[in-house]
Design a protein around this ligand. Sequence first.
Ligand SMILES: *[C@@H]1O[C@H](CO)[C@@H](O)[C@H](O)[C@H]1NC(C)=O
Ligand SMILES: *[C@@H]1O[C@H](CO)[C@@H](O)[C@H](O)[C@H]1NC(C)=O
Ligand SMILES: *[C@@H]1O[C@H](CO)[C@@H](O)[C@H](O)[C@H]1NC(C)=O
Length: 574
Amino acid sequence: MRISSAFLWTSLALSWGTYAQSSSVDAYLAAESPIAKAGLLANIGPSGSKSAGAKAGIVIASPSHSDPDYLFTWTRDASLVFAVIIDQYTLGLDTSLRSHIDDFVSSQKIIQQVSNPSGTISTGGLGEPKFNIDETAFTGSWGRPQRDGPALRANALITWSNHLLKQNNASYVTSTLWPIIKLDLDYIKNTWNQSSFDLWEEVSSSSFFTTAVQHRSLRQGAALANAIRETSVVADYTKQADNLLCFMQSYWNTAGYMTANTGGGRTGKDANTVLASIHTFDAAAGCDAATFQPCSDRALANLVAYVNAFRSIYAINSGVPSNVGIATGRYAEDVYFGGNPWYLTTLAVAEQLYDALIVWKNQGSITVTNLSKPFFSLFSSGISTGTFSSSSSTFNTLITGVQNYADSFVNVVAKHTPSGGGLAEQYSRNDGNPLSAFDLTWSYASLLTADGARNGVVPASWGAKGLTVPGTCSGNSGPTAHVTFNVNAETVFGENIFVTGSVGALANWSPDNAIALNADNYPIWSVAIDIPASTNVEYKYIRKFNGGVTWESDPNRRFTSPASGSSTLNDVWR
Ligand SMILES: *[C@@H]1O[C@H](CO)[C@@H](O)[C@H](O)[C@H]1NC(C)=O
Ligand SMILES: *[C@@H]1O[C@H](CO)[C@@H](O)[C@H](O)[C@H]1NC(C)=O
Ligand SMILES: *[C@@H]1O[C@H](CO)[C@@H](O)[C@H](O)[C@H]1NC(C)=O
């Protein structure tokens, strides 16, 4: 067993030197992390070498301009990238990044105000997933809204704010950052309980990743508001954070994993949940299961369920023993680009495990529960439940086993990183060759955060410690408007008219749960429904007859609900 550069980290890393790390992973990361850092910065405007045309602070998803065209800026990807940059700056790892952060702040202040197909700043436009890199709206059809973006942006900017407060720079926080953060938090406060496309832009329902990052944003947003004496929002943010924490628990599947989406018709085993765990990691919260901390028994059981979903479906995983890392993708049913493993999802598994190691070493014990026993059995067969302190040999066996297991996922990525070190979005399930968008900014970010966690880098706490899950969950309808739907439709006897559309109040496009209209004024069919206020809504009428459903012809009908009061839609069946 060679102890190589692991020794260099001992000052940083919570007695890290006691446990040898894989020297091949050491060597890979030593070479790859500068490449990833340079690759990430190359994709940020205005001067990144691969992002010509991007405005200052704008993160392009990838320079790939065709097959697939990723030359756009997604709020999710950009915010996750800037979370890395802000962590590196605020933790003192790279003090050269400040002007990038200033640029990001300026760019987001502009982007927030750009009217787009999801709406204006006050009618839902913050849920727009992506923009052109010159900060104009993308107007093509897309899976919208996506409500994780505003939460991730707020999380990055709140971390930045907390740092600046410690630097006695409250005036900048109050005058520049807070107005941007507050728009995002108010949006989340009002809309978290409406359906949203998931982070993979495919399923419109509720999504665990979105709920978890929204919870974090309102929780730490309330704390920031308190700190800068914006106390009027604290109670509302806290109340909705409690509701979100409650709702998070409902995704748990008693088969032992967190279900990714409430819709979508899949098993629900999805990298969504692993990413949620690492992007809401708070070392101060220990192994708390309610916030799905990386070392919680729920998150460890979930990790096993998620990883095992890929064991038999990818050729490159064949024959790998169950306690050694494999290539993992978004979810087993994935068909996008042929449905392959992704670099960032494989690295997310490693990062969750490195995060867990940080906490176990810090607290000096590991607790094995019924739920996490199958996970720990990978490293100590026949292990019993209980708490193992750092003085026990079991603790050391488990730490070493988890460390090697985590490293083995990085090894998979290392094996399939091409010479030159560029990280694409995917690598082939059959031969491991890179696929889809090249130089994916998020891939680079994921390598940097996994490497940081392996080195014991602990991101700032966001207040996950000691939270109590409310006994009953409440939704948050927020302000509503009373909207009357009238449609002139001739029907045959026994045929009825229903309406469904893009919001929960319209049954989220479900023909089964569509809202029935009455024919009291036939041929005018009518129903009045409370719709979220100031929201862009799409809808259609449908006919049901003898168990069959007939939809109106395209395109979808659209309207924006009023801020309050009532409105009437007078339509003619088409
Ligand atoms: C506060 O931070 C902003 C943003 O980086 C910077 O422009 C400003 O000079 C800082 N002010 C002080 C007093 O440090
Ligand atoms: C753990 O599982 C065992 C055996 O299935 C059972 O007897 C025990 O009650 C469980 N313990 C807890 C805390 O659920
Ligand atoms: C709204 O909140 C309630 C209560 O937590 C939950 O049952 C429901 O699924 C939520 N709906 C959406 C679309 O998030």
